[in-house]
Design a protein around this ligand. Structure first.
Ligand code: FAD
Ligand code: SIN
Length: 523
């Protein structure tokens, strides 16, 4: 039996849940999520959400900081839209119950992060994402028009391709009719038809070996859109967070929020020397790409596995009050951050690129919208400013919802969609092949297409990935569908698109640093 809904939302993070809530008063909504509803990148967000709140901050300053971080590749119109619409969208989160920390005088306690010229980050201690996710989940669970399907893995977007037509890349009349999804509890593949599909599948962190992203972040939505021939943009700009906790056996890597550097934290080498001023006059609070590269460089020239973040000079009580989760986490590893330095390493954190969308979140495929981390709106350009991604997710969810609710009544279901074709797929998956290929992919991407790249490394990675791609496609074609093989296939596609865009960019810019197109590392 085929399910039919007005709005199909793939993903239960900030983008997916915000959109679902906004369209639910107009029609039937179904939210798919591949594990439980809570497990999202959103839930792990620590630092907060950027917005202009009080003077002397201004829209102009937030716009300028975003443009500077984006290294000349932001879409200025989009930056203006997001910055100016921020206060209204954040007020809506507050209205449904999200709590952001306040000072004794009742004003919001705004934090500062790298690249921001003012204090403008609204936060809930050091677990802002969890607080936002909490209120949104409460609301979607109460809404009678919203059905939540947990443990449902979206495999592919349904387009004319599934009706037997050849669909060519970037063809303007491709239509999305819904998705095929694996019900992980029954192992059946279900066909879900929708008037509008909203892709909100989040990030790609697990394409790399060390990442702050939970294991759900395998780039599924971007890979599905790529297979369906949507335009994918800016994938060479992978953001590495400078400071994840150095704890080699832990996956995902636990984040040490940038807000700690905003609070006074200083990066130091293992022998206790501050080094950031060698690289940038803003020191430890320089934009993320500069700090991550500087740490990478220090580790390489010194042959060391981590650097330290020193917050021992900060007021202990205030430190613990602001960062209770980080304090507890470090203490569980016998590190008392009020007295000891925190060992940190950079980790893959965020993709600035994704499915190209317009200023209402519409992709290049008809009836397919995308939002949150899997979308490329033009806000981040070559490097995202800290705490601008939660903001982007909520601003664009609103814009997409407004357009979707205006147009969905004009869209008809396609009654001719066949069920998933599993002809010739009888082999049970070979787990050893899948896990080994995933590890290989992560090694290749980390070693050759990480923080620092070169033409030779990119070429080598390309050659290696081509082989992995062919082997995985062969395995996929003869195996019964499983989450693991789909994730591997998707992650390899993401690696391929990152490499393709990295190869095409004949310069170093923002997060894409290629030593064959040098720019001054030490300013
Ligand atoms: P997510 O929240 O990642 O949700 C993705 C959803 O899609 C999940 O429900 C997942 O299960 C589902 N999904 C994925 N694939 C499939 C599939 N095939 N089928 C079905 N469902 C699928 N940004 C900030 O602005 N401020 C911060 O302070 C901040 N801190 C961060 C800290 C950490 C540790 C991390 C990892 C990120 C942080 N970010 C921060 C980035 C920000 O959290 C994310 O960019 C944002 O939450 C992404 O939201 P989203 O809704 O796009 O995706
Ligand atoms: C952090 O808290 O450092 C992460 C903020 C972000 O990724 O925007």
């Amino acid at each position: 039996m085929q399910k039919k809904v007005d709005f199909l939302v793939i993903g239960s993070g900030l983008a997916g849940l915000s959109y679902a809530l906004k369209v639910a008063d107009y029609g039937k909504v179904c939210i798919l999520t591949k594990t439980n509803i809570e497990e999202t990148n959103t839930r792990y967000a620590q630092g907060g959400i950027a917005s202009v709140t009080y003077e002397p901050d201004s829209y102009e300053k937030h716009i300028k900081d975003t443009l500077v971080a984006g290294a000349g590749l932001c879409d200025e119109e989009i930056v203006k839209i997001v910055v100016r619409e921020a206060p209204s969208r954040i007020q809506e989160l507050i209205d449904i119950g999200a709590e952001f920390d306040k000072k004794n005088n009742g004003e919001y306690d705004l934090a500062k992060e790298g690249g921001h010229s003012e204090h403008r980050i609204l936060h809930h201690k050091d677990n802002t994402g969890n607080e936002i996710e909490r209120v949104l989940i409460e609301c979607v669970k109460k809404h009678k028009n919203i059905e939540i399907l947990e443990y449902h893995f979206a495999i592919d977007i349904i387009t004319q391709h599934h009706l037997g037509y050849t669909v060519i890349k970037h063809q303007p009349d491709i239509i999305c009719f819904g998705v095929y999804a694996l019900n992980m509890q029954t192992n059946n593949i279900e066909t879900i038809l929708a008037k509008i599909t909203y892709m909100a599948t989040g990030g790609i962190g697990n394409v790399y070996h060390i990442t702050t992203n939970p294991t759900i972040a395998t780039g599924d939505g971007i890979a599905m859109a790529h297979r369906a021939r949507a335009i994918i943009e800016n994938m060479e700009f992978v953001q590495f967070h400078p400071t994840s906790l150095y704890n080699p056996n832990e996956r995902p890597s636990f984040l040490i929020t940038e807000a700690m550097r905003g609070f006074g934290g200083i990066l130091k080498t293992i022998d206790g020397h501050e080094f950031m001023h060698k690289y940038d006059k803003r020191g430890s609070l320089a934009p993320r790409d500069i700090v991550a590269r500087a740490i990478d460089n220090e580790m390489k020239i010194r042959g060391e596995d981590f650097v330290y973040l020193d917050v021992t000079h900060c007021n202990s009580n205030e430190l613990i009050a602001h960062f209770p989760n980080i304090y507890e986490k470090c203490l569980s590893l016998d590190i008392d951050i009020t007295k000891q330095y925190i060992p940190v390493v950079p980790a893959a954190h965020y993709t600035c690129g994704g499915i190209k969308v317009d200023n209402n979140g519409k992709t290049t495929i008809n009836n397919l919208f995308a939002g949150g981390e899997c979308a490329c709106t033009g806000l981040h350009g070559a490097n995202r400013l800290a705490s601008n991604s939660l903001l982007e997710a909520v601003v664009f969810a609103h814009r997409s919802a407004e357009l979707s609710t205006n147009i969905f009544k004009e869209i008809n279901y396609n009654e001719k969609i066949p069920d998933w074709n599993d002809e010739g797929t009888s082999l049970p998956e070979e787990m050893i092949l899948i896990t080994q290929e995933f590890k290989e992919l992560q090694q290749i991407m980390t070693n050759y297409v990480g923080i620092v790249r070169s033409n030779l490394r990119i070429k080598r990675a390309f050659d290696r990935l081509e082989l992995l791609f062919k082997e995985t496609e062969m395995l996929f074609d003869c195996s019964t569908v499983s989450v693991k093989i789909c994730e591997l296939r998707n992650a390899i596609s993401i690696g391929y698109v990152i490499l393709k865009t990295a190869k095409r960019r004949r310069e170093s810019r923002g997060l894409h640093y290629n030593i064959d197109f040098p720019k001054q590392l030490i300013t």
